[in-house]
Write a protein that binds this ligand. Structure first.
Ligand code: ATP
Ligand code: MG
Ligand code: MG
Ligand code: MG
Length: 439
């Protein structure tokens, strides 16, 4: 992408409405625009990152054997009357009436709708196990939308639903989700710690929230510091292997880690004092097993091996796709701007032309740009007629992991500069070697 033809409305001044760094940087880097409280347009740069996060979520869901579909944002109220949640859900639900006076709602979650799809088409235990998921916009009329996309009213969520014959199978689905989430967040450069949590309006006793530690997090968390030493890495997992998934769950949940809702001082006191931590965290996902809570009232049953109809065991599993942008920036920034982890960066590298209009420099930038694209990388070429200082400041603000700086003085020695955004380290090398380093 050439910056002269892109749409990157960066702001020079700090926007007053932003209280936390990720919100401020997303506005300053021209990633989002608020349209009304808690509702945002995703400008091109923000949209690119959102799509990369979605892509990672899709890849890891499909790797775990989960099946994508797409349900609508608007739902008929009648489905929610069947489960009993229409009245219970309260003011967070946006209720809408159409021209025929039929009650609709903008979905805050999809347990009812997916259960309806399941009961319409699945009849036999032979079609199980089944996990369906989608990535779709949700609406929750949050009492205090704030912190930009972290607590929006309209937000993008991946929500998945497992259908199983037995509790044991459904708990395997729970474990499978835990494993796939560990991989998913790590690919985004995040440490998200599974913590014992509370079921809330979704219901159920088995539930873990995934939290990213950050001072600006809205949840208070308590944990054994040993948990932060765990990484999932690139281990090979057979997602159908119950024992293997169970072992990962045990490894990642055996140490004390709880949110304030389930925190228990008496148990916490057993953790050696020097390892006891109290901190704040951002909830980036949650998994639930809730048994037959929806399948029973809504009649989602299958014929079992003995010929009798039984309600299926279910769980639901959410990832806060749009909130993740905020969480990633909270965990990856400095005083100059964002520092994207390689896994989610909107562009792989920036090319800064120090002397736009100079034939040699323009030519060298063009060939670096062309070679990177030919190698399958997506560079952002700052080809605007602007001061070097201003170009550097925008590149630092938008946080691409690498910058290639090209100017006439270096080119006279066949040299460009390759700079790492995170460390700030620069090395000088030939234009060809600079590209080769990034491939
Ligand atoms: P919170 O406690 O932050 O209100 P929640 O527990 O109500 O979140 P869930 O129902 O567990 O949310 O939804 C799954 C995920 O969707 C959450 O883990 C979170 O990452 C994301 N999410 C929930 N509410 C919002 C919101 N208002 N804006 C952005 N993301 C959200
Ligand atoms: Mg909530
Ligand atoms: Mg919560
Ligand atoms: Mg939650």
């Amino acid at each position: 992408m050439r910056l002269s033809r892109y749409f990157l409305p960066v702001l020079k001044e700090d926007p007053k409405e932003a209280q936390i760094v990720s919100h401020r940087l997303m506005l300053r880097a021209g990633m989002i625009k608020q349209q009304t409280a808690g509702i945002y347009s995703w400008l091109p740069l923000g949209y690119r990152v959102l799509r990369r996060i979605e892509q990672i979520v899709h890849e890891e869901q499909e790797r775990a054997g989960h099946v994508p579909l797409l349900m609508p944002t608007l739902q008929p109220a009648d489905l929610w009357r069947e489960s009993g949640r229409y009245d219970d859900y309260g003011e967070e639900m946006l209720r809408i009436t159409d021209r025929h006076k039929r009650d609709l709602l903008y979905g805050p979650t999809n347990e009812e709708m997916i259960t309806d799809i399941f009961r319409s088409h699945v009849n036999s235990y032979k079609d199980l196990p089944l996990t369906l998921y989608h990535i779709q916009w949700k609406f929750r009329d949050e009492i205090r939308p704030r912190f930009g996309v972290m607590r929006g009213r309209e937000f993008l969520m991946k929500d998945g639903y497992n259908f199983d014959l037995t509790k044991e199978d459904a708990l395997h689905a729970y474990n499978r989700h835990l494993v796939s989430y560990l991989r998913t967040y790590e690919r985004m450069g995040l440490q998200a710690i599974p913590m014992r949590a509370d079921g809330g309006p979704i219901g159920g006793d088995y539930t873990h929230e995934f939290l990213v530690l950050a001072e600006t997090g809205e949840s208070e968390v308590f944990y054994d510091s040993q948990i932060t030493d765990l990484t999932f890495g690139d281990r090979q997992i057979d997602y159908d292997d119950h024992a293997q998934c169970q072992a990962v769950l045990e490894e990642f949940t055996s140490r004390y880690a709880r949110t304030d809702e389930t925190h228990d001082e008496a148990i916490f006191a057993d953790v050696p004092e020097d390892r006891r931590r109290t901190a704040r965290g951002i909830e980036v996902g949650q998994i639930f097993y809730f048994g037959t809570k929806y399948s029973e009232p809504m009649g989602a049953t299958v014929v079992g091996p003995d010929g009798a109809r039984v309600p299926v065991h279910m769980g639901s599993h959410g990832i806060g796709v749009s909130r993740l942008l905020g969480a990633i920036i909270e965990a990856n920034h400095d005083d100059k701007g964002i520092i994207w982890p390689e896994g989610v960066t909107p562009f792989h590298a920036g090319i800064v032309n120090l002397k736009q209009g100079d034939e040699t420099t323009d030519g060298a930038c063009e060939s670096i740009y062309g070679e990177m694209r030919a190698a399958g990388l997506e560079p952002l070429y700052d080809d605007r007629n602007d001061r070097a200082g201003a170009k550097f400041a925008s590149m630092d603000l938008i946080g691409l992991p690498w910058r290639i700086t090209v100017g006439p003085r270096g080119l006279a020695k066949n040299i460009v500069e390759l700079t790492n955004r995170r460390s700030g380290d620069s090395i000088e090398l030939s234009p060809q070697d600079a590209v080769a380093r990034l491939v």
